[in-house]
Ligand binder design. Structure first.
Ligand code: NAI
Ligand code: MG
Length: 367
């Protein structure tokens, strides 16, 4: 078999983190005959510098054709003044839109070695492993009308519209239930049916999807504001949380802070299965940005990018054993006390980006 990966390292620390993933890909190809075939393109500011677009049509076509896209990060002060349509973020937005990536997966895992440095009490987060599934292409960020209306009396009105259709709720619920089956078999759906019509429909459709196809999974419902509270109070009560675009944006940022640094957090964005091959389009990226303040120094934490690659192994290629081993390798390296600057604490050993990448590779190879 061949497995195609399209790499878009982007700007700032993106290429530095991607270099560590490239080492892992080479190792897995060599030792495990995985058949990864990689190609690489430009996105963000580096693409703008090369050809005046945030991503070229040629690279878009490659992203659409690949089994999976690995994305680093885009942006930086260098491109603050470029025209809006070709700003660095436009490259990522174009990828999300054309690949129709409607499901955003954000795990919040607390590695034992980092439990003490969480903003919550260690016992609240130790062993935490939850997954937030956020609807990414609908809801209030996209619904029409979306405008600022001049009311003519010195007043203006800002309008955003929350819209969800049955099929959008069904497909995101389906992703959440399927993922739950591979984990703790529990889904908590969050909305605000007490004040929102789209919330009433959300709850109904999630329940109907559950009854029709996924009744083996435990389903609960929670109001999204209470959900935010529960995430901070006792996050280990959750396994998979499924929610809409706006609530998911906020709840996944809350969950992120349970586990420590931005430099640790991976994400995946998935599209619908191809009707012929059954394969989903997918893009994997760290949650962090291009970190211009530390770019070029070789000190960025590559774990978020490496953990994103682990998600790619798991969700795009079904390489579950390899994904487990890679996540275990990250945990092992942290247990040994190796730390990049962003997660440094007393008594630990400070390492560079490539030393961290090498240590994870070594632990993976030994695991
Ligand atoms: P950021 O995530 O790039 O950095 C925030 C802080 O966290 C910085 O102090 C940075 O040094 C630190 N940090 C982030 N990742 C780290 C890592 N792997 N290792 C060690 N430290 C790390 O967010 P910021 O500063 O708001 O944005 C910087 C640029 O990145 C902007 O141009 C922004 O638009 C862009 N950005 C891009 C994203 C993407 O490509 N998906 C997401 C977020 C921001
Ligand atoms: Mg956000």
């Amino acid at each position: 078999t061949t497995r195609s990966l399209f790499l878009l390292p982007g700007d700032g620390i993106g290429p530095e983190a991607m270099a560590e993933v490239r080492k892992l890909i080479a190792h897995i190809n060599e030792k495990e005959d995985a058949g990864f075939v990689t190609d690489e393109g430009l996105v963000g500011g580096s693409a703008y510098d090369a050809h005046g677009q945030a991503i070229s049509e040629e690279d878009m076509a490659k992203a659409m054709a690949a089994d999976a896209v690995l994305f680093g990060a885009v942006g930086g002060p260098k491109w603050d003044g470029v025209p809006y349509e070709v700003r660095p973020e436009a490259g990522l937005l174009r990828l999300r839109k054309d690949m129709a990536l409607f499901a955003n997966l954000r795990p919040a895992i607390c590695y034992p070695a980092l439990a003490a440095s969480s903003s919550l009490k260690p016992e609240v987060v130790e062993g935490l492993d939850i997954l937030i599934v956020r609807e990414l292409t609908g809801g209030v960020y996209f619904g029409e009308p979306k405008e600022i209306v001049d009311l003519g009396n010195g007043q203006k009105r800002g309008i955003d519209t929350q819209v969800y259709d049955t099929f959008e709720i069904e497909r995101i619920a389906g992703v959440a239930f399927e993922l739950a089956r591979t984990r703790g078999n529990k889904v908590c759906s969050m909305e605000k049916h007490n004040v929102m019509k789209s919330g009433v429909l959300w709850k109904e459709v999630v329940a109907a999807t559950h009854a029709a196809k996924y009744s083996d999974v435990e389903l609960t419902h929670m109001l999204a504001d209470a959900g935010g509270m529960q995430l901070v109070r006792w996050p280990k009560q959750f396994d998979v949380i499924v929610t809409d675009n706006l609530f998911g944006d906020m709840l996944s940022d809350v969950a992120a802070m349970l586990t420590g640094s931005l430099g640790m957090l991976p994400s995946a964005s998935l599209g619908a299965p191809d009707p012929v091959t059954g394969k989903r389009k997918a893009l994997y990226e760290p949650v962090h940005g291009s970190a211009p303040d530390i770019a070029g120094q070789g000190i960025a934490n590559p774990i978020a990018m490496i953990a994103s690659f682990a998600m790619c192994l798991r969700y795009s290629f079904g390489m579950i054993a390899e994904a487990d081993r890679l996540e275990k390798a990250i945990s092992t390296v942290l247990d040994k006390g190796l730390r990049t600057g962003d997660i440094m604490s007393d008594g630990c050993t400070r390492v560079t980006t490539s030393e961290m990448g090498d240590a994870v590779l070594e632990a993976y190879a030994a695991g």
